[in-house]
Ligand binder design. Structure first.
Ligand SMILES: *Cc1c(COP(=O)(O)O)cnc(C)c1O
Length: 366
């Protein structure tokens, strides 16, 4: 057997996305795959060699900056939301030189890594009844040592949006940077009919995480970190004596151009109209799931705002395990006990109908 046949066999053991309702990633768009292949082997860690790829990154940064209401935003394409969040808090810590960061209880687990790596204390603010961060609690946790406060635009578990406008006001009042983790929401909120301000149009927002490898349908890895002020980028810089550049502000050294090319291709190819269509499709499928599952008595934890939805139910983990035995992948949350579904572009009508009929069977036997 050739090594390629061996690889094909191994790859066939992965579960296809058409049976996955837990992941915030999806099949890359076909135009992303083509773009990715054209940029295989490119290394943005050495930009003096890959001058074309570097120009492309600048173009993509300005497109994403425009989407985030600030064309002149500074930023770069990184490995994902985790790196983006690390870099945002690292820059803020280097500038403010404090010892703690205030985040919502609903923040992504990448903030645990941040506490460990950066040696800052991670203070978790309570959520209100709707699972949005409680502003008064955030305010009470902020002190002279706080380097940043954080809001989430599209929480990982519930898809909830924190009151970013109120957090922004608080950030301005306290003169502390507000970091917005829009790793997931950043490429869906701008294309929704309902307008929810979360980006640089709010004065207090200093940095934003936005991941093309989630709703941007780019190839993995493609994350994004954006700053309003160049001094945040400068606060990350170190000298790079033996490269074609003199300084580097990225966390990783060698850095693929494939994510840049694939993210750029999708946004250019689809345009705002195409992105709106994809967004509407995901929201429509989310509504269908809510309706279908309400027929068997399942209620949502919050009315879904984006394409993430949780249904309160007992034995959520047993349901998840039984579905997994049947090669369907969902996830669960604990507070409150619920099953969690992410309705990515690969969740089409057929996936919805196959999944709901399987879930109905599983719920009966569990
Ligand atoms: C996905 C996600 C992350 C982490 O992103 P990775 O690309 O997995 O590193 C961080 N924050 C939020 C809100 C996310 O949805």
């Amino acid at each position: 057997m050739s090594v390629i046949d061996e690889l094909k066999n191994i790859r066939a053991r992965d579960i296809p996305y058409s049976r996955v309702l837990s992941s915030m990633c999806t099949y890359p768009h076909h135009v992303a795959i083509e773009a990715h292949n054209l940029f295989l082997g490119t290394n943005l860690g050495d930009p003096g060699i890959f001058t074309g790829t570097r120009e492309l990154e600048e173009k993509l940064i300005s497109i994403l900056g425009k989407i985030l209401h600030y064309e002149n935003a500074e930023g770069y394409i990184c490995s994902g939301g985790t790196e983006a969040n690390i870099q945002a808090i690292r820059a803020a810590r280097n500038i403010l030189k404090g010892r703690n960061v205030v985040i919502p209880e609903s923040a992504h687990f990448s903030f645990e890594k941040i506490g460990d790596i950066l040696g800052v204390e991670v203070r978790r603010a309570r959520l209100d009844r709707d699972y949005r961060v409680d502003i008064d609690n955030v305010e009470s946790l902020v002190d002279d040592e706080t380097v940043a406060i954080t809001g989430i635009a599209g929480t990982t578990e519930l898809g909830q949006i924190d009151p970013i406008d109120d957090l922004s006001k608080l950030a301005v009042e306290k003169n502390i940077p507000l970091h917005v983790d829009a790793a997931f929401g950043g490429l869906i909120l701008p294309f929704m009919n309902r307008r929810i301000p979360f980006d640089f149009e709010l004065d207090g927002v200093a940095s934003i995480t936005i991941d093309p490898h989630k709703m941007g349908m780019a190839t993995i890895p493609a994350g994004g970190i954006f700053f309003r002020d160049k001094k945040f980028i400068e606060a990350l810089e170190i000298e790079t004596p033996y490269l074609t550049s003199e300084r580097q502000y990225t966390l990783t050294g060698t850095r693929p151009g494939t994510g840049v090319a694939s993210a750029y291709a999708v946004l250019k190819h689809l345009g705002a109209e195409g992105m709106k269509k994809i967004t509407e499709g995901c929201l429509e499928k989310t509504s269908i799931l809510v309706e279908e599952l309400s027929q068997i008595g399942l209620e949502t934890v919050i009315e879904p705002i984006i394409n993430v939805v949780c249904f309160r139910c007992r034995n959520a983990d047993r349901i998840k395990e039984e579905l997994y035995r049947r090669r369907w992948v969902i996830s669960t949350i604990r507070k409150p006990e619920a099953i969690r579904l992410v309705v990515m572009p690969h969740v089409d009508d057929e996936v919805v109908s196959n999944f709901t009929s399987e879930l109905k069977k599983v719920i009966k036997i569990v």
